[in-house]
Design a protein around this ligand. Structure first.
Ligand SMILES: *Cc1c(COP(=O)(O)O)cnc(C)c1O
Length: 365
């Protein structure tokens, strides 16, 4: 591909940190992981950050730490990455799939409320494309019914909700540092929370449930992070706001050119509600008025060797669900047509003005 979807920036400073770590000859979990956690907790304005080996482990550990399991229901959105669903199945709970709003690509408080039953123990919202959900509205729904509010914020690190960084709005937020995320260490993830008790449980679970050496108080996993990757992570935190600014600069050019270029009924630029004070622009997503129009643009981009992504298919269309017990409240017709009309285009600082202009012209079929 000539123009790629993501272009991770690994600075000389991060390479130097990695070398320092290798020279110290301590490459498993150690002081650098702790330092990274503390820097990231400060960045997000939260008390605790617990780093793990990826953003699926973090979601899984959250459910285990809070005792979500068989007999419990967990409400999740129809359009999300598979992790949000798979962790619910892994702990033996029953997923309840609710609608994704076609304007924000996120769940609304009403959609969450529609999925709640007497068995609901937790909900997991997802900040799709890096845009925060309406945390306050959803928190109210959860507080009224005494339900745990968990957030899959894998895509929204650095984004702000009502002028506060994402990370402290729900009881716990899960982030991912996969290669295409705004902050990347190749693989990795973390949980942020203001609950010390939860943070301790998570630390125990990530390290095999160990309470003291080779004594295991509970069932755990090896979800540990390591000092080599944390060395890259520390550098990535310091450049995160700059990464976001350069992505936003491109997103705003796209908005401008695309809104001026064509009848708005054919393609829509991202809709951003007032409560979002900063989008992370993890993915810049266009919405076409038909699957056909969207497909034409996909073909045109491919022809010019420009990478693009479809959104995640609705969970309700995933074959793996057939082997499990679940409930669906989503309008599956709506989510499948939404999925076929959404298109993510490259949005990162590696794009030249000529690249941006070329992409815009191809998106305006
Ligand atoms: C990236 C991502 C994850 C976690 O991914 P890992 O590859 O396990 O780090 C989870 N949910 C969403 C919505 C994501 O985009």
């Amino acid at each position: 591909m000539r123009i790629k979807m993501a272009d991770p920036i690994l600075t000389d400073a991060s390479k130097a940190r990695v070398m320092e770590c290798l020279d110290r000859n301590w490459i498993s979990t150690g002081p650098v992981v702790e330092e990274f956690e503390s820097i990231l907790a400060d960045y997000c304005g939260v008390e605790h950050c617990v780093a793990m080996n990826n953003g699926t482990s973090t979601l899984h550990a959250m459910l285990l730490a809070l005792g979500v399991g068989p007999g419990d229901e967990v409400v999740i959105p129809d359009i999300t990455y598979i992790s949000t669903l798979s962790v619910v199945l892994h702990v033996g709970a029953r997923p309840v799939i609710v609608d994704t709003d076609p304007h924000t690509f996120n769940v609304t408080p009403d959609a969450i409320a529609s999925g709640i039953s007497d068995s609901t123990k937790a909900i997991i919202t997802v900040d799709m494309k890096g845009m925060p959900v309406d945390f306050d509205g959803i928190k109210e729904v959860c507080e009224q019914r005494n339900i745990l509010f968990l957030s899959d914020s894998a895509e929204s690190l650095g984004a702000s909700y009502k002028n506060k960084k994402v990370g402290g709005q729900a009881l716990a937020h899960s982030f991912s540092f996969f290669a295409n995320k705004n902050l990347t260490t190749g693989e990795g993830g973390c949980v942020t929370t203001n609950s010390g008790e939860l943070a301790n449980e998570l630390r125990c679970i990530r390290n095999q449930g160990q309470s003291s050496r080779y004594i295991h108080a509970r069932l755990g996993h090896n979800f540990r992070f390591n000092d080599v990757l944390a060395s890259i992570g520390i550098d990535q935190v310091s450049s995160l706001d700059e990464t976001l600014r350069s992505k936003e600069r491109i997103a705003l050019i796209y908005n401008d050119h695309i809104n001026n270029g064509l009848n708005e009924s054919i393609v829509k630029t991202p809709f951003i509600p007032d409560y979002v004070s900063q989008h992370s622009w993890y993915n810049y997503c266009l919405k076409y008025d038909s699957a056909g129009a969207c497909q034409k643009v996909k073909n045109a981009l491919t022809e010019r060797n420009i990478e693009w992504r479809v959104s995640f298919p609705p969970l309700t269309s995933q074959p793996l669900l057939n082997s499990y017990d679940f409930r669906v409240l989503a309008n599956t017709v709506q989510s499948s047509s939404l999925y076929e009309s959404m298109l993510d285009i490259p949005c990162h600082s590696g794009l030249s003005t000529a690249d941006i202009n070329e992409i815009v012209s191809l998106c305006l079929i």
